[in-house]
Design a protein around this ligand. Structure first.
Ligand code: NI
Ligand code: MN
Length: 226
C-alpha cells in the first residue's frame, strides 16, 4: 500500500482502490495539494469538523466517489448531493475489496461549517483494510480501549494525532502506540498552525522507549510504501 500524507489528518491510501481520509486541502495552510487534483474511489470522514470534512463534498460531487461517515454526517452530506454510506461506532462495512471498521474516538463532532453548528453524530476513527490494515485515529483523546482496537484488528500502520490542544499530544500518542502496537506509527494533526505546534521527534523518542513500533515522520506530500 502507498500511504501519502497531505498534512493535518489527510491521508491517501492506494492499494486496490484510492481512499482519501479527511480531505482538508483548499483552506489548509500546510497542504501542498489542491482538492481538484484528487480522484478517489472512496472518502472516509472521521468527523464533521471543518478541518476534517474539508473539501469532501466538492470532491465527491465532481468525481461521484462514495463517502463513508457516521450516520448523522452521512445524512447531512446526502442533502448536499453526495453519494454516502452511513455507519456507526463498532460497525464494519465492506466496499468491494475494502473493509472499513469504525472505531470510537473521544472528541466532539458538531458540523461547524453551519452556524449554529448542527449535530454531526460522534467523532470516530477507522481501521481500513485494503491489503494493509491502517488505523486512522481521527481526532481523539487517549483512551484505554485503544488496546482493544490493537487486539481486535491488529493494524499494521497507525496514524496518530500529536498536536495537543484538540487531541492527544506526543506523550499521550506514544502511550497509544504502545497499546496498539502497530509495525509503523505516523504522527498527524500537528504543525498545521501554531496552535498545534508539536515536535514529531519527541513522539518518536517516546515511542522508542515504550515499544518496538517504528515511527515514520512524513513531510506534507510525502508517502510511505508499506
Ligand atoms: Ni476535530
Ligand atoms: Mn481536527
Amino acid at each position: 500500500m502507498k500511504i501519502t500524507w497531505h498534512s493535518h489528518s489527510c491521508f491517501e491510501l492506494e492499494d486496490s482502490r484510492r481512499i482519501v481520509i479527511d480531505p482538508y486541502l483548499d483552506n489548509n495552510p500546510a497542504a501542498h495539494a489542491k482538492s481538484v487534483q484528487f480522484n478517489p474511489d472512496l472518502i472516509a470522514l472521521t468527523h464533521a469538523h471543518a478541518d476534517h470534512l474539508g473539501d469532501a463534498a466538492q470532491i465527491a460531487r465532481r468525481t461521484g466517489c462514495l463517502v463513508v461517515a457516521i450516520s448523522e454526517l452521512a445524512r447531512y452530506l446526502d442533502r448536499l448531493g453526495v453519494r454516502t454510506e452511513g455507519m456507526n461506532l463498532g460497525g464494519s462495512l465492506r466496499v468491494g475489496e475494502i473493509v472499513l471498521r469504525m472505531t470510537a474516538a473521544l472528541h466532539s463532532a458538531g458540523i461547524t461549517q453551519t452556524d449554529p453548528p448542527l449535530c454531526g453524530g460522534h467523532a470516530a476513527g477507522f481501521v481500513i483494510e485494503d491489503g494493509t490494515s491502517v488505523y486512522h485515529a481521527g481526532d481523539t483523546a487517549l483512551f484505554s480501549d485503544m488496546k482493544l482496537i490493537g487486539e481486535l484488528y491488529r493494524p499494521e500502520v497507525a496514524l496518530l494525532p500529536i498536536g495537543g490542544r484538540w487531541t492527544m499530544g506526543p506523550r499521550e500518542a506514544a502511550l497509544a502506540a504502545s497499546w496498539i502496537r502497530p509495525e509503523v506509527a505516523i504522527p498527524m494533526h500537528y504543525n498545521t498552525s501554531s496552535a498545534i505546534a508539536a515536535d514529531p521527534a519527541e513522539f518518536q523518542e517516546l515511542v522508542e522507549t515504550l515499544c518496538d513500533t517504528e515511527v515514520v515522520i512524513l513531510e506534507a506530500g510525502d508517502c510511505l510504501e508499506y
